[in-house]
Design a protein around this ligand. Structure first.
Ligand SMILES: C[S@@+](CC[C@H](N)C(=O)[O-])C[C@H]1O[C@@H](n2cnc3c(N)ncnc32)[C@H](O)[C@@H]1O
Length: 176
């Protein structure tokens, strides 16, 4: 797997399942080049807001360079396993694509806590992961989580499992 999952995933299927509405506030956590953040930006419209966060400064500098002053995207350097400075209960959706496998056990717990803090009640968490089976690319199997393992590692309520490409799944959760 390269640095970004763009081109590998069925983004139309992802978008359909996310049910994004005009005016929604969305965080693309570990946004990389911001490809999905830009798609979310169009869907939420002017009344909506997209936050694109990544610890990689170069990705954020490049993304910010592509945005004009009127953009509804705020791109910033950050870590979703730490305090992001986003407001409590402010987001309709957190999207985390091909990032979860990077987290240590401790980071998983910190991610869970921060995601809980910033998601609205009944807000959605969408995690896209490569499946835990032999694939021609991707991180070592021991770094990956199956959907069942993912559900067990988090305190969110699972709300659907979708195949979003040959080797990838998206697990949806609700912040009940
Ligand atoms: C494989 S890339 C995926 C990028 C993008 N989400 C996509 O699907 O194309 C993993 C990204 O996670 C970011 N990342 C690593 N640790 C992170 C953390 N603690 N919080 C947020 N993002 C993180 C990396 O900097 C990198 O941009």
């Amino acid at each position: 797997m390269g640095k970004f999952s763009e081109g590998l995933l069925d983004e139309e299927k992802i978008i359909k399942e996310l049910n994004i509405l005009t005016g929604h506030s969305i965080l693309d956590a570990g946004c990389g080049d911001g490809y999905m953040a830009k798609i979310f930006s169009k869907l939420v419209g002017k009344q909506g807001k997209v936050y694109a966060l990544d610890p990689d400064k170069n990705s954020i500098v490049t993304l910010n360079g592509e945005l004009d002053g009127n953009s509804n995207i705020t791109a910033f350097v950050g870590d979703i396993t730490q305090n992001t400075n986003l407001e409590d209960s402010s987001l309709d959706l957190i999207y985390l694509s091909t990032v979860f496998h990077i987290f240590s056990k401790e980071q998983v717990q910190l991610f869970d806590k921060e995601a809980k803090r910033i998601l609205k009640r009944n807000g959605k968490l969408a995690i896209v992961n490569i499946g835990k089976e032999e694939t021609p690319f991707g991180p070592p199997l021991e770094m990956r989580s199956s959907p069942e393992e993912l559900i067990n590692k988090l305190t969110f309520t699972p709300k659907g499992l979708i195949s979003v490409a040959e080797y990838f799944y998206m697990q949806l959760f609700i912040n009940e």
